[in-house]
Design a protein around this ligand. Structure first.
Ligand code: HEM
Length: 575
């Protein structure tokens, strides 16, 4: 506590100093040598923009920058970002280059921006150090795609059918308006709890939804705040923050033991965070051999042969060094592949199940790093809902007055047999176009930040960017460029009948850091939107213009209350 107190005192003294230094730096014009391209500027000329920057309204700041200094040919604009040299890019080709040129551009945001995130979301993929990132990324990707995603989609469908659709029917029956954001938050957080922790619907208390929603708000506020009051000082917001964190941690802890042996995301996190003994016991070898024999159809292989293949492979991994040996996902995948490659046979159970079972055997007797496991699970629970819910809300805002689009969605989905349609890329092109238009005009993540690791030229030598320059781009701005998108502000799902120009659409960014949850998000939003439009017409309760609440994500600045009207066929008598 004493060290936190010292840190707090330090903050009080240092924050005003750093603000003054930052202001000073921002007001010092950038030297001509910094960026040798047309349209470069040292200072953003008015106080409003400075204010926007300080209160982190990054979107208004970038819009002003673009309006004031943007040129016809979308040249990069140089400026100072928190006193550091920065460049704003909007041209799709430049954006494509930044995402894909691994030699010159960083994978993550600059270190000075990550510290706030790290404090609030420790042990998360976004905040871990570069050397920890890749193995963590591989195992997270794995759990959010392929076979695990199929299971998640099933959970989404069940949750929609058992919980959300009946709730919507009830609102429609009563003709009552309701907050659609809240309703889909509940849908999404039930899905998150079920797939991350492997709990059943009955094991999800209603209180968890508000706790998760408040936690995201705490993180949003605290990450962007220049001064953070240490959580042990009992301000009302701190008390709520501590209470919510403790409640969510306790909820996770309640299921940690059970989750650790399951093929859930929590299970894979816990296994990866277990300190194992790398020398395996005879019993562990026997168990692995028996499991492989039972789960993979290997009629010609004896236990001795399988045991031998596993041991040989394990020795090889050991020789690769502790870095590889410590990555359980890597070890298990290599062991499994060694056996299947040898016999050129297909597995009779899913890869993910084999990964879980072998992983459990390897982890036997190991010590779980409970704190880091809970941190990672908590941050996934908090992060898995916000963006997808925003996407759905922006779609509804954009089409609330467009009955033609609502009807077209209905036409494209009405013949689906199931009450809750799931996404099929071949059949659902129109609704997929709707989702992409939602992501284009209301991108939940509206800005990305990288830095140049070396001196580099953009566009084959036209624009020079010196090493260490912060590179900022915005989904919101490029996805609305007039000369890239015809009728750029029109919500037009049909524009997706042809592919977009490369680098012009990147709601999930691009390159190796691209969001690993994008298929998850598309499926979740698809199920909710398809179910809504299959069964109901909707209108907003009021037609107040919706603005932006700009923070970590781009939120509507008001809650979206809607009224549902059942589609006619629901009134027809059932035969
Ligand atoms: C519409 C919904 C979503 C949008 C627009 C979105 C967008 C993004 C963006 C822009 C990033 C940053 C990528 C970068 O730094 O270049 C990101 C990262 C990430 N997203 Fe999503 N996301 C969505 C949904 C989800 C969901 C549902 C999950 C999980 C269930 C998820 C998990 C993650 C993770 C773990 C990262 C960190 C990746 C890394 O640093 O390697 N996202 N997302």
């Amino acid at each position: 506590m004493f060290s936190s107190f010292l840190k707090f005192l330090g903050n009080i003294v240092l924050t005003p100093i750093s603000i003054i230094v930052t202001l000073g730096r921002m007001l010092v014009p950038m030297r001509d040598t910094l960026c040798h391209f047309p349209g470069h500027h040292g200072v953003i000329g008015n106080w409003r923009s400075l204010f926007d920057m300080l209160r982190w309204n990054t979107l208004d700041f970038l819009l002003q920058l673009k309006e004031k200094y943007g040129t016809e040919n979308r040249s990069p604009i140089a400026f100072r970002f928190l006193g550091r040299p920065a460049v704003f890019i909007s041209d799709p080709e430049h954006i494509y280059q930044v995402f894909n040129d691994r030699e010159h551009f960083s994978l993550s945001s600059p270190e000075f921006l990550l510290s706030g995130f790290r404090r609030e979301l420790p042990d998360n993929l976004i905040t871990v150090s570069e050397h920890e990132w890749l193995p963590m990324r591989i195992r997270t990707n794995y759990m959010l795609n392929g076979l695990p995603l199929k299971r998640i989609v099933k959970l989404m469908g069940e949750t929609m059918e058992q919980r959300t659709l009946p709730e919507w029917r009830e609102y429609a029956r009563k003709g009552e308006s309701f907050d659609i954001g809240k309703s889909i938050f509940v849908y999404s957080s039930i899905v998150a709890c079920r797939f991350i922790l492997g709990v059943s619907q009955d094991e999800i208390p209603d209180t968890i939804h508000d706790q998760l929603s408040r936690m995201f708000n705490h993180v949003r506020k605290r990450t962007l705040s220049p001064i953070v009051i240490p959580s042990w000082i009992p301000t009302s917001s701190n008390r709520s923050y501590v209470r919510d964190t403790t409640d969510i941690n306790n909820y996770i802890l309640q299921y940690l033991d059970r989750a650790k042996t399951t093929h859930t995301l929590a299970g894979s996190i816990i296994r990866a965070r277990t300190q194992r003994n790398y020398d395996l016991t005879e019993n562990q070898w026997d168990q692995m051999t028996t499991y492989i024999q039972r789960s993979i159809d290997l009629p010609t292989a004896t236990s001795d042969e399988i045991n031998c293949i596993l041991r040989q492979k394990y020795e090889k991994i050991k020789q690769e060094g502790e870095d590889k040996l410590s990555q359980i996902h890597y070890v298990v995948t290599e062991l499994r592949k060694a056996v299947t490659n040898q016999y050129k046979l297909k597995e009779s159970v899913g890869e993910d199940e084999v990964e879980c079972e072998l992983g459990n055997i390897l982890c036997q007797g190991g010590k779980i790093d409970v704190t880091r496991s809970v941190n990672e699970i908590r941050s996934m629970l908090i992060g898995a809902s916000e963006t997808t819910i925003l996407l759905m809300q922006w779609i509804l805002i954009h089409i609330s007055e467009n009955l033609e689009i609502q009807d077209k969605i209905y036409e494209s989905i009405k013949d689906e047999k199931s009450e809750v349609p799931t996404y099929d890329p071949m059949r659902h092109k129109y609704l997929y176009g709707v989702l992409r238009e939602g992501l284009r005009l209301g991108p939940p993540a509206f800005v990305f930040i990288r830095y140049a690791m070396k001196d580099v030229y953009l566009n084959k030598g036209e624009f020079f960017i010196p090493k260490d320059t912060t590179v900022v781009g915005s989904q919101y701005i490029t996805q609305r460029l007039k000369d890239v998108w015809e009728n750029e502000t029109k919500f037009d799902p049909d524009r997706w009948n042809k592919p977009a120009q490369r680098g012009s659409f990147f709601p999930f960014t691009g390159g190796p850091r691209m969001c690993p949850g994008q298929n998850f998000a598309i499926n979740e939003a698809f199920i909710a939107m398809a179910t809504l439009f299959k069964h109901f017409k909707f209108r907003r309760e009021d037609n107040r213009k919706v603005g932006y609440d700009v923070g970590l994500t781009l939120r509507p600045d008001t809650s979206i209350r809607i009224v549902l009207e059942p589609r006619e066929r629901e009134f027809l008598p059932k035969i």
